[in-house]
Design a protein around this ligand. Structure first.
Ligand SMILES: Cc1cc2nc3c(=O)[nH]c(=O)nc-3n(C[C@H](O)[C@H](O)[C@H](O)COP(=O)(O)OP(=O)(O)OC[C@H]3O[C@@H](n4cnc5c(N)ncnc54)[C@H](O)[C@@H]3O)c2cc1C
Ligand SMILES: NC(=O)c1ccc[n+]([C@@H]2O[C@H](COP(=O)([O-])OP(=O)(O)OC[C@H]3O[C@@H](n4cnc5c(N)ncnc54)[C@H](OP(=O)(O)O)[C@@H]3O)[C@@H](O)[C@H]2O)c1
Length: 248
């Protein structure tokens, strides 16, 4: 089912990366889920998935998107201005949510959130709810991007790290060096141990839950490193430690 949403605000993080606030009633959803946005472009309807980055409880949704050169929908989304309308699928769906993680003793003490690019979005929504802070002793967010100016919501995440001693925020930049930030792809930072060193805790099957989102290559290579270290994919029929969502 589709609802008509109205763009009420936009933020431009750089010339390609932007957030839209869309007034729409999508009903109940869980932090970490996504909707589809659809537009008619040259008489063809194009629909794509976008994570909701604000927590449940508002009368709007916020999405973070990047303009993919030669992409079908994202360049058109990039042109939207306040007052424009767009179709939004209801209800929201998706399994990159805390209720999919094992509960009780087997969940472990530490939550690791690993994202590339716009895929930080579902983790922003999760971090904006009370649940992860109640369920986990430590939470680490590793946010991979090409350059420091591609880290959307950087100030918000830095402020959260100052407020919450439980939280470690680790930006990982690949195409430039930046003081105070890791300079590596996420799988390389896992393999070398630099991510764990900067987090101040180790990843181990007994006490870690890992949520991975974004670039499928990052997810594939990270899973390979983590499974070599004894972690398993988290399935409903067989609880494990690795929960993923690929963006393409
Ligand atoms: C569950 C899910 C949630 C998603 N959430 C978001 C989101 O919150 N924000 C967002 O921008 N995109 C998100 N995407 C991707 C989104 O659906 C579109 O694919 C993207 O906006 C590009 O659309 P397009 O039609 O312009 O190009 P497409 O034809 O859909 O994609 C072309 C190519 O662009 C690259 N690409 C696509 N999306 C991204 C991306 N996000 N970052 C880097 N490269 C990309 C891939 O190489 C892909 O093959 C999500 C995808 C899935 C499956
Ligand atoms: N025209 C431009 O100047 C320009 C600039 C930026 C982005 N873009 C476009 O914008 C879109 C989104 O790009 P994006 O930078 O947000 O997303 P992205 O290409 O997925 O890159 C985000 C982060 O993921 C890393 N990554 C990529 N592949 C990986 C893999 N296999 N394993 C582990 N890490 C990996 C990247 O490292 P690496 O840096 O090592 O790849 C980068 O740090 C793309 O379509 C891109 O072409 C264009």
């Amino acid at each position: 089912m589709w609802q008509v949403g109205k763009v009420i605000d936009r933020t431009d993080w750089n010339e390609r990366l932007f957030s839209l606030k869309i007034a729409v009633d999508i009903g109940p959803y869980l932090a970490g889920q996504f909707i589809k946005l659809a537009m008619s472009l040259q008489d063809k309807r194009v629909a794509r998935a976008y994570s909701i980055i604000n927590p449940p409880g508002s009368d709007y949704i916020e999405v973070l998107a990047v303009t993919v050169p030669d992409g079908q929908l994202s360049p058109a989304l990039h042109l939207l201005q306040p007052g424009d309308v767009i179709d939004v699928s209801v209800p929201a769906t998706g399994f990159l949510t805390l209720n999919e993680l094992p509960q009780g003793e087997i969940q472990g003490r530490h939550l690791w959130l690993l994202a590339t690019g716009t895929a930080v979005g579902p983790f922003l929504a999760i971090l904006d709810t009370a649940e992860p802070w109640q369920r986990f002793e430590k939470i680490v967010l590793v946010y991979g991007a090409r350059r420091a100016d591609e880290l959307a919501y950087f100030a918000k995440l830095q402020a959260l790290a100052m407020q919450r001693p439980q939280f470690r925020f680790l930006p990982a930049i690949t195409r430039e060096e930046h003081p105070g930030m890791l300079h590596c792809r996420i799988p390389d930072g896992l393999a070398s141990g630099s991510i764990e060193r900067h987090a101040g805790i180790s990843i181990a099957a007994a006490d870690s839950q890992i949520m991975l989102c974004g670039n499928p290559g990052m997810i594939r290579d990270s899973i390979s490193i983590l499974t070599d270290r004894g972690l398993r994919k988290n399935l409903r029929r067989a609880p494990g430690q690795i929960t993923t969502e690929k963006y393409w």
